[in-house]
Design a protein around this ligand. Sequence first.
Ligand SMILES: Nc1ncnc2c1ncn2[C@@H]1O[C@H](COP(=O)(O)OP(=O)(O)OP(=O)(O)O)[C@@H](O)[C@H]1O
Ligand SMILES: Cc1ncc(CO)c(N)n1
Length: 271
Amino acid sequence: MRNVPSVLSIAGTDPTGGAGIHADLKTFQERKAYGMAVVTSVVAQNTKGVQDVWHVPVDMVEQQIRAVFEDIRPGAVKTGMIATPEMIERVADLLEQENDVPLVIDPVMVATSGDSLMEQESLDLMKKRLLPLSAVITPNRQEAEVLTGLSIENIETAEDAAKTLVDEMGASAAVVKGGHLTGDATDVLYSEDGIEYLHAPRTDTNHTHGTGCSLSASIAAELARKNSIKTAVSNSKAFISKAIMDTLEIGKGNGPINHWASRLSKEDIMV
Ligand SMILES: Nc1ncnc2c1ncn2[C@@H]1O[C@H](COP(=O)(O)OP(=O)(O)OP(=O)(O)O)[C@@H](O)[C@H]1O
Ligand SMILES: Cc1ncc(CO)c(N)n1
């Protein structure tokens, strides 16, 4: 029997289509997985910043998750923006019961624009309840600092943070992303296979809105396709690097990445 891999994103929205569940669904489609999405928060945002946020009531988030699982069991789940302590607890309660489904956690705290997307009181629950359920957690520099309490200045300290997330805090694997470090855009993966550096040249662009969402969504799609963590992360790094390099001229601020880049040239896309 051959199955179509399916993936579920549990995350917030971006009406301009560059981040959140919109980026996740575009990524799932490009990474050959059937995409599904549960909305946690509706966010009025664009490439310039966040204007307002409305959290979906927690019972409704639960109903959405139950609706998906009782019908189409995902091959992997990714979580993005889960802003409030109550929402983290409820999502953790539900995902704990589905622990055979690999979980990718993107611990979203701030948007590329610098606006906050997670309440301060959520941090402890994120660490205690959600992080230990993860097959892999994908913090950026600042998120890894907040989660581990370590200061990350370079690739060596990023490696320390990845080890802390796994060896001391209970994640199965961690990717500490280097988008906000200087030099090459090198990410650090720490898993049961040890440390691996994922190298890519840094593209000189401010079109990085939704890079983190898309990277974690791609990893989830790869895991749903039954790839190992190592393969999932390195394929996803290649995908995201191309999408950042071959950027689209869209938006007045930190524009989105080009989800088509691995498949279509700009000539195919532009009118
Ligand atoms: N300018 C760049 N050139 C090449 N790769 C980049 C660049 N900026 C980020 N990346 C890569 O994009 C991925 C996401 O990293 P980043 O640290 O930007 O995540 P993030 O801050 O969570 O993203 P977001 O902007 O969605 O919040 C990583 O693989 C990182 O190395
Ligand atoms: C909904 C949402 N999730 C994550 C990010 C981070 O890029 C964002 N800007 N918006």
